[in-house]
Design a protein. Structure first.
Length: 123
């Protein structure tokens, strides 16, 4: 994890299995692999924005497929994204202004749309 949020992540989740899995999985990532993983993640949020912009509801099959894609991407690239972790991420996407701003750069309300889609996915 080579970014400005490393210390915060360690403080918040350093004692979790997911944090340790993340460190193990990513310890040999090259700059290119980090970029690929990050770009893939952000592409999914861009797809959420498109879905919302095209009038889909968070309950739509497209939005629900994007939640599954998001969970799969996180698991493949960072750590096992359990349903509990996914739920926490969805909440963080709207409660942490840094996440919300980053996700909403694809369209105002994208973070809330993704969070709602995650909520529906898990219900």
């Amino acid at each position: 994890m080579n970014n400005k949020y490393e210390n915060e992540a360690r403080e918040r989740w350093g004692n979790t299995a997911a944090y340790h899995e993340h460190n193990e999985k990513t310890k040999n990532y090259t700059k290119e692999k980090w970029a690929e993983a990050t770009e893939g993640l952000m592409e999914i949020f861009a797809e959420f924005a498109d879905c919302k912009a095209n009038g889909a509801d968070a309950t739509s099959s497209k939005a629900q497929a994007l939640v599954a894609k998001l969970q799969t991407h996180i698991t493949a690239n960072y750590y096992t994204c359990t349903n509990d972790i996914l739920e926490g991420l969805g909440a963080m996407y709207v409660s942490d202004e840094r996440f919300k701003k980053n996700i909403d750069k694809y369209g105002e309300g994208t973070a809330e749309f993704a969070a709602k889609a995650i909520e529906v996915f898990l219900s």
